[in-house]
Structure formats: structure tokens, C-alpha cells
Design a protein around this ligand. Structure first.
Ligand code: MG
Length: 361
């Protein structure tokens, strides 16, 4: 089997409401959809969603990188993922969203060629995964009302964004805990918003409201700060922006700088690299969460959910971005049961039945 073409389509879908984190505001899912054609008649789909606030890529850059990779990959077998990655990494540095789009399309083709749903291609531990639901930064009473509505809808883990305004973080978390009651897990994401010592002091106070974990309390480059918070805080610490790939993961776990790692396909460049991170973390006794970008349309979330279901060291999921879209650009893929359970398709590959052409540019 050979790749004959890699086509790109731009897609922008408005979110139901603007989503604020400590780094800025996101209003649209912004994606580059990849259609990978082969000489066998099988077409694979992938998605690259650059998150400028997190990854520094923008849509034009992602499309440009995919065009460069297209020239190198035509003629290769998409099932030879080690070979595909070797060529991608020699051709373009970084560019996680571009590589993820191609990686996901290759995996979709593998599943279709082998007649297996993607979760079975990737490990097959189970066919479902539970996700949390995220509340963006707003006034405390607004965040509390949203969290309560999510819990009433059926979510039992609320992830709340903090770190934009330290004086308000305590009021926000207090309001959410009072609104959702004691049985709901609350996890925090500071998106690099604090310094190490203020993080430790603040987390000790926030933990009065029973916090499960905190994501990325300090700037991504502050490795020593992350390690300091992990060793001094009463709240377990998860690396997100500090962990891009397997090399970061190895450094973080070998120096015991974190308790957990959050993988995103758009940071690491796809399922192939994500599996390496999961394996390194598992060997170190560090559990992994699978996250997504707020800009994703859902196609990449199908890939991430398949990986999360397939591997046992992925014990948490933050795959809620597709719930925030005003419409979905595809049919098929996972179904949702009891609000928070993503049930993977049994169709081969991603199980997408078709893209809604009217939503593509
Ligand atoms: Mg995060």
C-alpha cells in the first residue's frame, strides 16, 4: 500500500461560548483536516489543531508543515509508522499538530486495512473511557453554576481553570466546591500561571476544598519550580505544558519532578509518540491523563479516546472539547453514554462515516 496524496481542509467551528484560560481566550475550534489517500482505495482521516496559546503553532504554519511532509511521504506505506515518523522528524522539527494529523490518518488507515477499530490496533484494553468536564475562567458564581450544571448532567469530575488572577482563585474553587458537593472530584489547571512558592502556599489553602490534582502550576520551562511544587505541595502535580514528548517525560519521571503527566496528541505529534510517553511513565509508576486542545473538532479526540481506552496506564481523560462545539464536522466516531463515557466505534479505524463537506474550506 502506498500514500498517493495528502489533502488538507481548513475548518473553523465556533465554540458554544468563549473559553478563557490563564493564557488567553479561545473562541473557535481551528483545525486542519487531513485526507490521506492510498493506492489501495483506503482513505485515512486525521486532524491537526494548533493551539497558539499552548503550542505556538498557528493554522497557516500547520498547513505549511503538512505540505512539506506530503512531498516526503507520498509513495510510503502508511502502515509503516516507524518509517513515517523517521521521515517526518528528519523533515520538520516540532510541528506537533501537523505530525499528529498525519499520524492519526496513518492509524485510521491501519485500522481500515486490518479490519480493526483503532482501540484494538492500539492495545485493546477496553472500548471506552470516562472524561471530565472543564470550566473556563469567569466570575466565581458563573463558574460554580456551570460546574453544578455539568454535575447535574452526569459528570463526576470537574476540571477548573485557575491561575489568571491569584486573588480570585480561592473564591473560584470555594464556589465550585460548595456548588457541586463533596462527592465530585475537582482537578485544577493553572496553565503555568503561578510561581513555585506562591503555588505551594496557594495549593495548601485550595486543598481545603479537596483537590485531586493540579496541572502545570508553573511556567513550562521552570523544571526546578515544577519539582519544588511536587515535593512541597499537598496536592499532586501533573505536567502538561512541561511535557511535550518522550524525552521530556523521561526527564520529568526520572527526576521525580511530577506525580502525573498529561499527554496531548497536538503537543507530542500523534499516537506513536504518545505511546512512548505512556510506556516511559508506566515504567516509572506515573499515571497518565489524555487531554486535548480546546481548538480540536473531535476527529483527533476520537484518536485520543481510542488510545485512552486501549492502554491501562492512561487512567484519566480530559477529552471534553467536542462537547463545546456548536456543531460536529463529521458523522460516526465514538458515542456518548451517561454523559461522560466515550464508547469507541467498532467500525475499522476511527469509525468516521464522513466529513460534513459544507463545514470545510
Ligand atoms: Mg492543561
Amino acid at each position: 500500500m502506498k500514500i498517493t496524496d495528502i489533502k488538507t481542509h481548513i475548518m473553523q467551528v465556533p465554540l458554544v461560548r468563549p473559553f478563557r484560560i490563564s493564557l488567553g481566550v479561545i473562541t473557535h475550534a481551528v483545525s486542519c483536516l487531513v485526507e490521506m489517500e492510498t493506492d489501495s482505495g483506503i482513505t485515512g482521516y486525521g486532524e491537526g489543531s494548533p493551539g497558539p496559546l499552548i503550542t505556538g503553532e498557528n493554522l497557516e504554519g500547520t498547513v505549511a508543515s503538512i505540505r512539506v511532509l506530503r512531498e516526503k511521504l507520498i509513495g510510503m506505506d502508511p502502515r509503516d509508522i516507524e518509517a513515517v515518523y523517521t521521515v517526518m522528524n528528519r523533515s520538520v522539527a516540532y510541528a506537533g499538530a501537523a505530525k499528529a494529523a498525519i499520524d492519526i490518518a496513518c492509524h485510521d488507515i491501519m485500522g481500515k486495512a486490518w479490519g480493526l477499530p483503532l482501540y484494538k490496533v492500539l492495545g485493546g484494553l477496553s472500548n471506552s473511557i470516562e472524561t471530565d468536564m472543564t470550566v473556563g475562567i469567569d466570575e466565581p458564581e458563573v463558574m460554580a453554576a456551570r460546574a453544578k450544571a455539568h454535575v447535574e448532567a452526569g459528570f463526576n469530575v470537574i476540571k477548573t481553570k485557575v491561575g489568571a488572577d491569584i486573588t480570585c482563585d480561592l473564591a473560584r474553587v470555594k464556589a465550585i466546591r460548595e456548588a457541586v458537593g463533596g462527592d465530585v472530584k475537582i482537578r485544577l489547571d493553572a496553565n503555568q500561571g503561578w510561581h513555585a512558592k506562591e503555588a505551594v502556599a496557594l495549593l495548601d489553602r485550595l486543598n481545603e476544598y479537596d483537590i485531586e490534582l493540579v496541572e502545570q502550576p508553573v511556567p513550562r520551562y521552570d523544571f526546578e519550580g515544577l519539582k519544588y511544587v511536587t515535593s512541597h505541595s499537598s496536592v499532586p502535580v501533573m505536567a502538561d505544558e512541561s511535557c511535550w514528548d518522550s524525552k521530556d517525560a523521561l526527564k520529568l519521571v526520572s527526576e521525580r519532578a511530577v506525580d502525573y503527566i498529561n499527554i496531548k496528541l497536538m503537543k507530542c505529534g500523534g499516537l506513536y509518540e504518545a505511546k512512548k510517553i505512556v510506556n516511559i511513565a508506566e515504567a516509572a509508576g506515573v499515571e497518565v491523563m489524555l487531554g486535548c486542545m480546546a481548538e480540536e473538532s473531535g476527529i483527533a479526540i476520537n484518536a485520543a479516546a481510542a488510545l485512552g481506552a486501549a492502554l491501562k496506564n492512561i487512567t484519566r481523560a480530559d477529552l471534553d472539547a467536542s462537547f463545546s462545539l456548536s456543531q460536529l464536522p463529521y458523522e460516526g466516531g465514538f458515542t456518548v453514554e451517561n454523559t461522560r463515557h466515550l464508547i469507541l466505534s467498532e467500525e475499522p479505524g476511527l469509525g468516521l462515516k464522513g466529513l460534513r463537506e459544507e463545514m470545510l474550506q
